[in-house]
Design a binder for this molecule. Structure first.
Ligand code: TYD
Ligand code: MG
Length: 454
């Protein structure tokens, strides 16, 4: 018999048959809560007894028409959506509180409304006056977006049924209250039930729904993870506090590529699109300094240059610090180990700080070589040539692995005025006019060539 998995982690959504203090899946503490099962079918009837309806079957090559889409007319948003908002789709927009989700969605609502969709914006967090005030600040108060402040899901669905909008925005899913579920708003059962009701309602009525989900670190309210599997598209809105850059990233998209990003800038009048992110991410770069390297990366389908900064200093601690912002800490440890054991560049007794400038978060392994270059440059106190970009993956053996889209990376570098690039050796040569390419087979040779005999 199937186990009753009614205990669910509010961080990652893992389900268990009994309560425990720590989630085995994501290691978070005190995030496992009991949930009430969703309403079940008629009692005593097993599915094996069947009395359902026969489903029509089709061939694999039956042509289904492309789903209709509406574009916002904001390139950064449309690209992340895979070419516009798909009719009758369910989306989740996650992000830290205060990052700008409500601002983004109010601006998107106005755009979609202008392009012909009937849009309803339901705020469960703010009063209508607060949302109107934001609309005025954004200069959108005349947009034909209909607004309400409400948390009762039954009332919301009743209203949507009557109004028949093309798009409903629910800000946020954690404030919604489904009265058929006995637990507090924000709990796993409420968030799940609300998201399920909204998604099925949307599909049934040909309406699109965008739900906002707050990311919470302490698990006191259920995170967006518990609804990720229910929706068609999951977008995360990211950025560092103190930086004006915001990145909208698609982590799941049934109607387009995942891992696509859109770049925005938070201004006094809302979010502005950033058409040339490389220029923006490099704009704060000063004179060439030790520890600073320009990485030629790819985010989704677009090339993006950014600065990687390292600082290496003698450590006063017995356990030196390894601190990293915008990149993976485990990957940093790996690069340090490879530098030490394959290239004879030890970091013992040294504190290491690594930072991706501008609040960008990089996940590409192609950043390995740029990180290694920044680390060695900081340690040796030797600046790299200012007109060079770097990219390449490092393997545990110290060998350099070629990465995808070399040509796009080089073209972007050329466009921004760089004249040389350092990359792994590639069997198939790529040449871009204006860029002199320097290629190495392994990390030790690279360190030797760039930083001289040691
Ligand atoms: P908000 O959209 O309320 O964030 P979230 O819904 O993710 O919690 O926006 C939060 C911040 O954005 C807030 O600190 C103020 C700032 N902001 C601007 O800088 N410019 C603007 O035009 C607006 C509307 C907000
Ligand atoms: Mg908000």
């Amino acid at each position: 018999m199937a186990k009753d998995l009614s205990f669910v982690c509010s961080e990652c959504g893992a389900a268990y048959s009994k309560w425990s203090g720590q989630c085995d899946a994501c290691q978070a503490w005190n995030t496992i809560h009991e949930t009430k099962a969703l309403a079940s079918g008629p009692k005593g009837k097993t599915l094996g007894g069947m009395r359902g309806r026969a489903i029509p079957l089709i061939d694999l090559d039956t042509q289904e028409p492309e789903p209709p889409r509406t574009q916002a007319g904001v390139a950064e948003l449309d690209r992340v959506l895979g070419g516009g908002l798909v009719k009758a789709s369910a989306l989740l927009v996650g992000g830290d509180p205060g990052i700008g989700k409500s601002t983004l969605l109010l601006q998107a609502a106005a755009r979609f409304a202008r392009n012909g969709l009937k849009v309803i914006y339901i705020s469960g967090e703010e009063s209508t006056a607060q949302v109107q005030m934001r609309a005025r600040r954004l200069g959108l108060e005349k947009s034909p977006v209909r607004l309400a402040a409400e948390t009762n899901l039954r009332d919301i669905l009743t209203t949507l049924e009557a109004e028949k909008p093309d798009l409903a925005i629910i800000d946020s899913i954690q404030t919604m209250w489904a009265d058929n579920v006995e637990s507090a708003p924000g709990s796993v059962s409420q968030v799940r039930a609300s998201a399920h009701e909204l998604t099925t309602f949307a599909k049934r009525n040909g309406m699109s729904v965008i739900m906002v989900g707050h990311v919470t670190k302490d698990g006191s309210i259920a995170g967006p993870r518990v609804v990720e599997h229910m929706v068609d598209t999951v977008l995360y809105f990211e950025g560092e506090r103190g930086h004006q850059f915001r990145i909208l990233r698609s982590v799941k998209n049934r109607f387009g590529p995942a891992d696509e990003i859109g770049v925005f800038e938070m201004t006094g009048k809302g979010l502005a699109e950033v058409k040339n992110p490389s220029a923006l991410f490099l704009s704060e770069r000063g004179a060439p300094a030790p520890g600073s390297v320009v990485f030629a990366g790819i985010e989704g389908t677009r090339p993006m240059l950014c600065e990687i900064q390292a600082l290496v200093a003698p450590s006063p601690h017995s356990q030196p610090r390894r601190s990293v912002v915008g990149w993976d800490g485990g990957r940093l440890a790996m690069i340090l180990a490879v530098l030490e054991s394959r290239c004879g560049v030890p970091f013992t007794g040294l504190d290491v700080y690594l930072n991706v400038a501008g609040g960008l978060r990089i996940s590409e392994p192609a950043a390995d070589l740029a990180v290694a270059a920044a680390l060695v440059s900081a340690r040796e106190d030797a600046a790299l040539p200012a007109e060079a970009v770097i990219f390449g993956e490092i393997s545990l053996s110290g060998a350099l692995r070629p990465v995808a889209q070399t040509e796009n990376r080089l073209k972007e570098a050329e466009k921004l005025g760089f004249t040389s690039a350092i990359s792994p050796h590639q069997a198939k040569q790529v040449a871009v006019k204006g860029i002199s390419l320097r290629q190495s087979h392994d990390l030790a040779a690279f360190v030797e060539e760039v930083f001289g005999a040691r």
